[in-house]
Ligand binder design. Structure first.
Ligand code: ADP
Ligand code: MG
Length: 248
């Protein structure tokens, strides 16, 4: 990972987002340091996905600013493509290209978007597939893999762009229970290696063990922002207490 500036990697300042009359992000202020792992939790509809999507500008915001690596998010063009390659995103649904092999899924971004040499990318892709434990599946198609393997391939694909940060939006929610662990293990090792991560998840074990901070969102607002032990042992707001009582 190349560090181009000091200071926090991601800064949201007074961010507001509406979908028509619906105010989904309400004056969100958030600063994420390099290497930090921030877990975002909260009820369905509270704005967690919108927050993630705003950070790589899949959703434009209506007011406020978002700064990534020292620069305001670009609105369009090459700079936007560059931003998207620097902020890897992993979704609930694996979103792999069905008609490409696993290896091709991982190499296509660096080759097509970044114009890197195919041989170089291929070597890096194989190393990444090995790291997520599916090197032996490289020549298969997504449908031939289990859900957990597909999600690990999606993580390898995002990492192939050598991102400065990774956003995970409920990466294990669509998986059969027995496959959740293998995906969380990959994410935990990534966290330990110093990747800056924003992770929306209901996996409280991951939040406790891998997060530096837990953010609790409700109704478009950041209600709590605390280290995991503090958040889980002593949630301050009634909304967080209520949420935790339902999921723990
Ligand atoms: P979460 O991820 O916490 O469940 P979301 O960020 O997906 O919440 O959604 C926040 C609110 O915005 C919800 O009320 C949702 O219905 C609404 N919403 C999300 N995306 C859109 C959209 N593209 N158009 C209109 N409303 C949307
Ligand atoms: Mg969501």
């Amino acid at each position: 990972m190349t560090v181009t500036t000091g200071g926090p990697l991601i800064v949201l300042d007074g961010v507001n987002k509406w979908f028509g009359p619906l105010h989904v992000l309400k004056d969100v202020n958030l600063s994420i340091e390099r290497g930090e792992v921030v877990v975002v939790i909260g009820p369905s509809g509270s704005g967690k996905s919108t927050l993630c999507r705003a950070i790589n500008r899949l959703e434009p915001i209506n007011s406020g600013t978002i700064v990534f690596d020292g620069r305001p998010l670009p609105a369009e063009g090459r700079a936007l493509a560059q931003l998207r390659s620097e902020v890897g995103m992993v979704f609930q649904s694996f979103n792999l290209f069905a008609h490409k092999t696993i290896l091709e899924n991982v190499t296509i971004g660096p080759v097509k978007v970044r114009k890197e040499k195919p041989a170089v990318v291929r070597e890096r892709a194989m190393q990444l597939l090995d790291r997520v434990g599916i090197a032996s599946q490289a020549e298969k198609y997504p449908a031939q893999l289990s859900g957990g393997q597909q999600q690990r391939a999606a993580i390898a694909r995002a990492l192939a762009m050598q991102p400065k940060a990774m956003l995970f939006d409920e990466p294990t929610s669509a998986l059969d229970p027995e496959m959740v662990g293998e995906v969380l293990d990959v994410m935990t090792s990534l966290a330990r290696e110093g990747m800056t991560m924003v992770v929306v998840t209901h996996e409280m074990g991951f939040a406790r063990h891998a997060a530096n901070r837990v953010i609790f969102m409700a109704d478009g607002q950041l209600v709590e922002d605390a280290p995991p032990t503090e958040f889980f042992e002593n949630p301050r707001s009634d909304r967080a207490k209520d949420f935790l009582s339902k999921i723990l």
